[in-house]
Design a protein around this ligand. Structure first.
Ligand code: SF4
Length: 136
């Protein structure tokens, strides 16, 4: 199965939100930022109709891992941060935001946000999956 096909899609009238579960590092920015949309007790757990596209784009952009993404139905996707920033945690995780081309086993992926493995222990290379010291 390709990584792209592991994305789930949640559609509202003006925005489509996608979620790639394996990339989620449970930072909970989404559930704290917009609990009426992101509620793990509900099925589906993402209900984009419960907010506006403007609020959704703002909260989705807070997702550090890039597990959450969006596209506007009228056209338009997330503008990358400028300048690109890279932050290294004490355990080696690299949090990257900007206009990215991430080299993956499936080829290059255009991204705006990603948390990359810095310790070599992730099973989801090049992305962090909390397998190493950052997850302990
Ligand atoms: S903000 Fe992103 S990484 Fe954090 S819990 Fe939500 S989907 Fe997962």
């Amino acid at each position: 199965m390709s990584r792209e096909s592991e994305q789930k899609t949640y559609r509202a009238e003006s925005i489509t939100v996608t979620f790639e579960a394996r990339r989620c590092l449970h930072a909970a920015e989404c559930v704290h930022g917009l609990p009426e949309v992101f509620d793990t007790a509900k099925r589906p757990w993402i209900q984009p109709d419960e907010s506006t596209a403007e609020r959704l784009t703002e909260v989705v952009r807070r997702c550090p891992s890039g597990a959450l993404r969006y596209e506007l139905v009228g056209g338009g996707s997330e503008a990358p941060d400028r300048p690109t920033t890279i932050t290294r945690s004490a355990t080696g995780q690299l949090t990257v935001r900007g206009e990215l081309s991430v080299d993956t086993p499936q080829g290059a992926r255009a991204e705006t946000r990603a948390v990359l493995c810095g310790c070599g222990q992730s099973g989801l290379q090049p992305y962090c999956d909390h397998a190493g010291p950052c997850g302990r």
